[in-house]
Structures are given as C-alpha cells and as structure tokens.
Design a protein around this ligand. Structure first.
Ligand code: G6Q
Length: 552
C-alpha cells in the first residue's frame, strides 16, 4: 500500500518553504563563483546519460531537504512496491510492471501466481519470429509480394511512444521499408497516409489495448475498406492486418487471425506500453535486435532506479527538482528542449506520460490536494525553438525550468553542423543562468558608439536577469540503448513525482471521459437522435454545423 499522507504534512515540506526564502536573494552566477566544486556535486552519470543539474536554484541544503521529503513520503517503499508487483494502481486494482517488460535478467517473476517473465519472453519470441518472416519475405502479401509499408493505427499510448522512438531511430531504419503512423480520427490522417501505398505490400498493425477506442477503430475500418476496395479480399485480411491488444475477442471479430495478435497485460499502462507488444511497429522499423537494445537501455535505468540511494538516483533527482520549482517557486510549466532533430516527438510523448499521469487533483487519501501537482510540460527542438519561444524563457515573467537534451555524437558526418548545434545548447544553458547585467549592456552599447542618452534609453530592454534554472542531459549517442535509458529516466521521474504529490499516477479517468463524451453529440450531428439538452453554446455549435452541412 502506498503512503497516503499529504506532502504538506511532512517536516521537510515546511523546511523547504523556509529554505526557499533564504535562497530568494541568491543568484546562480554567484553560487558558481563561490563554490568551485558545485559541478562535481551536482552531476550524475550512467552508462549512456550524463546529468548536469548544477544550474539549478539549489544548494547542498536544498538537496538534503528534498531527499528528506522523498524519504518522508515513502519514495523508497513506493519504488519497491512497483518493482515487486504490488497493486500500486489502486484505483484500477492493478500492478504497474512495465519494468518487467525489459528485465530479461529474470527468468521467473510471479504476479498473481502467473509467471509474467515467461509470458513476456513468449510474446517477444513471437514478435521476433514475425519480424523475421517479414524481413525474409516468407510473410507475403496476397499477391505474393514482400511487405514494404507498415501502418501502425493507434492513438495515445498506442501511438505516441512508438512514433517518437521510430522517428528518433531514423538512422537505424531497415532499408526498403517505411513505417507510418495514423492516430487522428480526422480522415485526413489516414487518407493522406494511404495515398501512394500499395495494398499488396502494406501491412496494418492495429494497436489498441482495449480494441474499442473510437479513433483507432474508425481508422482500422477505413484501412480495411481501402484494402478491400483496392484488390484485397476478406480472405486476404489475415495477411495484411495484425493486432496488438489485450482483447482477443474483438480482435478476432475484426477478422484478424488469433495467431496474428500480440498480447500484453493489464499491468502495462497505455502510456507505459512502448516496451510491450505495442513496440511491434518499432521492431518492424529498426529490427528486433535494435528493439532489444532499447529494452536493455531501459533496464539499465530501471536497475539504477531500483538500487541507487535517493540522493544520487537520477530519476529521483529530476523529480525532486520539478517539485522544488512547482511547489516552492511557483513554476507552472517545464520545458523539454531536445537538441536533436530526430527527437522531434519527445516533448509530445513526455507531455502525455507526465500530464496524464500526474494531472490529478484528488489525493490518494481521497481529499482534494491544496498544492500544485503535474506541471504543464511543453517544449520543442533546438535550435528551432531558439528562434521562437526562447525569448520568453530568457526575458518573460514566468519561471520555466528547462531540460536541455544534448547528444554528444551525431549520426551523420556533415561538417560543422553538430558542433554548432551542441554549442547552441550549451550556450543557452549558460545564458539563461548568467543573464546579462546592466554594466555589460552599457559597455556593449558604448562599444557600438551610442550616445549616453541612447544608452540610457536602450539599456533596460537589453538586461537579462538570468538565474533561470536548467538541467542538461547529455546522451552519448542517440542509439536504441541510450534512447531506452532516456525514456525510462523520465518514466521514473514521473512516478516519483506522483508518489510525492500523493496522487495515483497510473489511472486516467480524464482520458476515459473523452472516450464517451462525443458519442451522443455524434448521433445528434448525424440526425440519428434528437438534439438533447445542452447549454446554449453547445446547441449553437451543433446548429451551425448542421446549417453549414446543408449548404456544402
Ligand atoms: C494511456 C491512455 C490512453 C490510451 C489511448 C488508447 O495511458 O490510457 O492514451 O493509450 O486512449 O487506448 P487503446 O490502446 O485502448 O486504444
């Protein structure tokens, strides 16, 4: 059972609130000047990742108190509970065991009397053999041709992770095969994806834990119709449609052969499922061995997370820093800034992982919380983002802690590019921290030959207060293994934050509401049912839609 106390009732919380007042007048610039050993103390390293968290508004005392907070809130016990298969997803009565999906060191792991390690391996073996058949051409389309295009149809947890990983691992893509992702129920998404595809050489993966999600099922049925009206027959469906799901009955009803269904379990949450059979699209994009490397990278961080004391535990430190800013410094958002083109989808992926997990206001004790929980996570790639929202990071009114993700080695040989990219990332962390003083601005303007009056007028606008915190996460190279480590790092950060905020991180009733809400309005729009009782704005929108439908 997880601890259910409010973090505000801990001793550490009160001490942190006091300590924040002590730090209010300090500047990071001076903290570095005063302490030559700051970086040594505030950096951590694992095989694939290097975390520099020295550019944060912290001292030894801050970390000490944050660690106390984690201890008082039972973080160590929570971690043990998750790894041992306790039903810590109490609102759904489930264990939370995505870590078991990538722990290939254990040949047995019992959950409710079932050996899940054996089951995990069995699904992996089936995925491997399936991927081999696709690769060798033993698996043939209905006219005997090899599969060239794969379309993963899924949404949310059955899309964002695999989309992000597939894009991130672009240099590892198998030649002569393209993996596409369709998620939105907006017909434009599937229509544009199918344009140019050949049904004879296209394989669809219908990825849906429940196999009931409206968007996914609409897209799956459109894909099926496209296939049937472009030469395929009902009998051929089994050669072109496979499923990733926990719902065998509905998969079979759709026409997918039971042997072509790859299963997972209720102890794998949607947004934590990319290391389960949901990863099939990744396997088809980069190969089974690369997928195993991704799992290994995740397992490296899982092991670090399970075995490392709180004060040097990388995911825990990241979690605590987020809490420090969100609950004591008033930060409402945090930015993730990957300086890597191929990490394009990382912010969107983390947005779901974090905001769906910890966007809760009911405490585990059944009382509404009276403090901020899940931060609003957002971000974008460097350097592009520097030319857009970085202005606000530097001179805006909000405090926005940033994670800079920097890749040490590129996967191309183009001269110059990578050093410029990395230099920009590092320079931004420095500029956010140091800022630019009045004196520096004045001397710059003087050097440019401005008059004293102009200097007086322009100076205030060119001052950067600095003192804006950031973490730098350096990745050795964007390999499957390193990417796996990065993903697990954030997964566990989110878990620890949920433990401390006293919320249940593994349910998602808000998402489930969305799944039913549109149903009645859809029937009203289609004139299947009378327009029911709604507020005036909703009625007006329904009416306007109908009017414009008639005109079109
Ligand atoms: C994830 C959420 C949600 C879910 C999608 C798709 O944790 O529950 O994003 O993954 O709604 O659900 P299905 O996989 O059941 O289609």
């Amino acid at each position: 059972m997880l601890n259910k106390q409010s973090p505000k009732d801990t001793k550490a919380w009160k001490q942190l609130a006091e300590h924040k007042k002590e730090l209010e007048g300090s500047h990071l610039r001076e903290m570095f000047q005063d302490d030559p050993h700051r970086v040594e103390r505030f950096t951590l390293e694992t095989n694939e990742l290097f975390l520099d968290y020295s550019k944060n508004l912290i001292t030894n005392k801050t970390i000490g108190l944050l660690v106390d907070l984690a201890e008082e809130m039972g973080v160590s016990e929570g971690i043990k509970g998750m790894f041992s298969g306790e039903k810590i997803n109490e609102t759904e009565g489930r264990a939370v065991l995505h870590v078991a999906l990538r722990d290939r060191s254990q040949s047995h792991r019992l959950v409710d009397g079932v050996d899940v390690a054996k089951e995990v391996q069995a699904v992996l073996d089936r995925m491997q053999s399936f991927a081999n058949k696709i690769e060798s051409g033993n698996w043939k389309g209905y006219t005997g041709k090899k599969i060239r295009d794969v379309v993963n149809i899924g949404i949310g947890g059955s899309d964002l992770g695999v989309l992000m990983v597939t894009k991130a691992l672009t240099p590892y893509h198998i030649k002569d095969r393209t993996v596409h992702f369709v998620s939105n129920v907006d017909g434009a998404h599937i229509k544009q994806t199918l344009e140019g595809l050949n049904p004879e050489t296209t394989l669809f993966i219908i990825a849906s834990k429940s196999f009931t999600t409206l968007e996914t099922m609409s897209n799956a049925h459109s894909a099926r119709r496209w296939f049937l009206s472009n030469g395929g027959s009902e009998n051929d469906i089994r050669k072109h449609f496979v499923a990733v799901s926990t719902n065998q009955q509905l998969v079979t009803q759709f026409g997918i052969d039971e042997v072509n269904m790859f299963g997972f379990w209720d102890w794998v949450g949607g947004r934590y499922s990319l290391s389960s059979a949901v990863g099939l699209s990744v396997i088809l994009a980069v190969g089974y061995d690369r997928f195993l490397e991704l799992l290994e990278g995740m397992h490296l961080i899982d092991s670090h997370f399970a075995a490392t004391p709180i004060a040097t535990n990388m995911p825990v430190i990241l979690a605590l820093l987020g809490i420090w800013y969100g609950n004591f410094w008033g930060a409402e958002t945090e930015a993730v800034l990957p300086y890597a083109q191929n990490l394009e989808y990382l912010p969107a992926y983390l947005q779901q992982a974090s905001m769906e997990s910890n966007g809760k206001s009911m405490g585990r004790d059944g009382e509404l919380v009276d403090y901020q929980t899940g931060a609003i996570l957002w971000g974008g790639q460097g350097t592009n983002s520097q030319h857009s929202f970085f202005q606000l990071l530097h001179q805006g009114t909000q405090l926005i802690p940033c994670d800079f993700i920097i890749v040490a080695n590129p996967d191309h040989e183009l001269e110059g590019h990578h050093r410029i990219l990395v230099a920009n990332a590092i320079a931004q962390t420095e500029a956010l921290m140091i800022g630019k003083t009045e004196q520096q601005v004045r001397s710059e303007l003087e050097k440019k030959g401005h008059t004293p009056a102009t200097i007086d007028r322009l100076t205030p606008f060119r001052i950067f207060a600095g003192n804006r915190p950031s973490n730098s996460i350096m990745i050795r190279k964007l390999t499957p293994r390193a990417l796996g480590s990065l993903i697990a790092l954030y997964e566990h950060k989110i878990f620890v934050q949920g433990l401390i905020w006293n919320v249940y991180s593994f349910d998602q009733f808000g998402v489930e509401l969305g799944k039913v809400l549109a149903k009645s309005i859809e029937e009203e729009l289609a004139n299947i049912s009378e327009v029911g009782s709604h507020d005036n704005s909703t009625l007006a929108l329904i009416e306007q839609y109908k009017v414009w439908q008639e005109k079109e």
